[in-house]
Design a binder for this molecule. Structure first.
Ligand SMILES: Nc1ncnc2c1ncn2[C@@H]1O[C@H](COP(=O)(O)OP(=O)(O)O)[C@@H](O)[C@H]1O
Ligand SMILES: [Mg+2]
Length: 254
């Protein structure tokens, strides 16, 4: 991982002045952020800050009230989930959701459906090479995998479709620290191979260790945006996570 303070110039994902509401209750209030080509970006914030909502809006799972989302210059503001997948964005949802009654291999093939309706077996070998633990268990029912293996399967299912941006929403949820390290290391490796990563994570230290750039969210707003190193050293991180302190007064800019 590198902690260069200079971000790559090319903007891949751009979110501008986004407002998201559930019914009348707005939970994201004019949020702007971006992910640059080849970057590993983390979004940090307490429970309920709106992180998953933001990710769901990017992948077209929840509608936007206002604002824009563009990906590599293509407007995805009103795109359906399938259109965002076709544009190159894949989101691994919170809670390592895989299909329990299907085999590991069938779960992987599902990841290719967006582009190939009957599944594309030619992509399996590369995935098995990257995830030997999945190769060994290819014919096992997903329900027989451990929680950590299911999360790895969920990530593998996401990247088999060859996205250009992989969104991981709290991949650590309920998993042992060693498994979390494995998943974040996989994400870092994928990033080195050119895949941009957008991670939401509660394990702040681990996330900052792997990410290049970090956004800190509080109740639907970005309150800081800086290199992972700067965020890790700043007071704001502790204020946001411990709460109850003084209100955030300074807004760092990119
Ligand atoms: N489907 C939903 N319907 C109504 N409110 C929701 C829904 N999902 C999330 N919320 C609310 O939106 C806010 C942000 O939630 P969420 O995006 O899940 O936060 P985070 O992922 O940061 O924990 C919370 O107040 C939550 O209760
Ligand atoms: Mg969440």
């Amino acid at each position: 991982m590198s902690h260069a303070n200079i971000r790559p110039e090319k903007v891949l994902l751009s979110v501008i002045d986004l407002h998201i509401a559930y019914g009348k209750a707005e939970v994201v209030h004019g949020l702007s952020m971006d992910v640059r080509a080849g970057e590993f970006v983390v979004v940090l914030g307490r429970n309920g800050a709106g992180k998953s909502t933001l990710m769901h809006a990017i992948s077209g799972l929840v509608p936007k009230r206002a604002g824009t989302v563009t990906f590599d210059g293509v407007d995805l503001t009103h795109a359906t989930p399938r259109q965002t997948v076709l544009a190159g964005i894949v989101q691994v949802l919170e809670g390592h959701r895989v299909f329990h009654t299907l085999s590991v291999e069938d779960n992987l093939l599902i990841g290719t459906y967006a582009r190939t309706p009957h599944g594309d077996r030619s992509k399996l070998d590369a995935i098995y090479e990257m995830f030997p633990e999945m190769a060994e268990r290819r014919h096992q029912m997903a329900s027989r995998l451990s929680g950590g293996q299911q999360q790895i399967l969920a990530v593998a299912q996401g990247i088999i479709g060859e996205p250009r941006l992989l969104i991981l929403d709290e991949p650590s949820g309920g998993l042992a620290p060693m498994v979390v390290d494995r998943i974040l290391t996989v994400a870092s490796d994928l990033c080195r191979r050119g895949l941009a990563i957008l991670l939401v994570e509660q394990l702040v230290e681990k996330a900052l260790h792997h990410a290049h750039f970090a956004y800190l969210m509080e109740t639907g707003r970005v309150v800081a945006a800086a290199s992972s190193k700067e965020i890790g050293q700043g007071d704001l991180l502790h204020k946001v996570f411990l709460g109850g302190g003084e209100p955030v007064t300074h807004l760092e800019t990119i």
